[in-house]
Design a protein around this ligand. Structure first.
Ligand code: 3HC
Length: 300
């Protein structure tokens, strides 16, 4: 694959998405990866999720143990943002879906990022143009939206912000190919891009069916898996991606589109308040057992 010579990549956020993105960068693209978070326990948990996932590939026979160790040795956990960012050709941000937190992070990263390095966001719904506005080189800021679990899902949505250059778009499409992913291009920076614009209203409706007492969560999921051939029903998927993440996306939709059809489900809001976030907290619409191995605190 031709394109920019990406060797060193930093992933910001070691949570549910960040750890998987770091793994794909090291495992499939062969990049040297730095995985950064704000607390040691978060990077430790991210590394432990990567170890678990690599062990699954080894157990399935798709990866040799020696190769898994080699992949792991290419992923360097750190808390030092400056040291990580200033040597990278590509930084992929997978921090919590909070606009204020992200803007602060982009300002900080921009201070240390080489002027020709690319800053890609895995945001699910926040404006790439807005994130770019917090940096010195908005032409190098782009959306690179992965799907959960990044190790298995074959798509990356590439999103062009108002100032993103053609060269940046091309560079991340090449990088995505090196990661073994297919891409689609969102020509405009529109909330939720393609997939979440379609998915979130469906997830909200599923939660409304529960709160209206129309059917049980189990039957709603059974209906959609058997009736529509989704690999997971919408309520299990809500648990899987995190109710807090889904609520965050609905809130951005409400604010950006100013259209009540995107109003978040009150049940999801209530569950988030109660800490019932799904897989990451151990309980959501379903029981998931101990939260320790999959919980993400600072990262998505
Ligand atoms: N790493 C490595 N292997 C993994 C893995 C991981 N993180 N997670 C699962 N696997 C492997 C398992 O070992 C298993 O292997 P096997 O078939 O050889 O035994 C295989 O994948 C299937 O896993 P499971 O048996 O645990 O469960 P499923 O059969 O249900 O598959 C799934 C899991 C691939 C996640 C599937 O259920 C699925 O595709 N679900 C839908 C996911 C989806 O829609 N994602 C998009 C969410 S939206 C999003 O991310 C956008 C955001 O902005 C909100």
């Amino acid at each position: 694959v031709s394109g920019p010579n990406i060797r060193k990549v930093t992933v910001l956020g070691a949570g549910l998405m960040g750890h998987g993105i770091a793994q794909v960068c090291a495992q499939t693209a062969g990049y040297d990866v730095t995985l950064l978070d704000v607390k040691q326990e978060f990077v430790d948990r991210g590394m432990s999720m990567i170890r678990d996932s690599l062990a699954k590939f080894v157990a399935k026979g798709g990866l040799e143990k020696g190769k898994a160790d080699e992949i792991l040795s290419r992923i360097h956990p750190t808390l030092d943002l400056r040291a990580a960012v200033e040597k990278s050709q590509l930084v992929i941000e997978a921090a919590t879906e909070d606009p204020k937190l992200k803007l602060d992070l982009y300002r900080k990263v921009s201070e240390h990022l080489p002027p020709d390095a690319i800053l890609a966001s895995n945001t699910s719904s926040i404006s790439i143009t807005l994130l770019g506005s917090a940096t010195k080189n908005p032409e190098n800021v782009v959306g690179m939206h992965f799907f959960n679990p990044p190790q298995l899902m074959p798509l990356i949505e590439v999103i062009r912000g108002a100032k993103t250059s053609d060269a940046t778009v091309e560079a991340v499409r090449v990088a995505a190919k090196q990661m073994g992913k297919e891409t689609v291009l969102c020509k405009k920076d529109s909330p939720g891009f393609i997939v979440n614009r379609i998915l979130l209203p469906a997830l909200t409706e599923a939660a409304l069916l529960v709160s209206e007492g129309v059917a049980t969560p189990e039957d709603i999921d059974k209906a959609v898996t058997l009736g529509l051939s989704w690999p997971m029903g919408p309520l299990k998927l809500l648990d899987y991606v995190g109710l807090d993440t889904a609520l965050g996306i609905s809130e951005v939709f409400m604010q950006e589109f100013q259209d009540s059809k995107y109003r978040p489900s009150p049940l999801i809001r209530q569950m988030v308040r109660a800490g019932l976030l799904g897989r990451k907290s151990g309980k959501g619409f379903y029981e998931w057992g101990s939260p320790s191995s999959t919980k993400s605190s600072s990262g998505k």
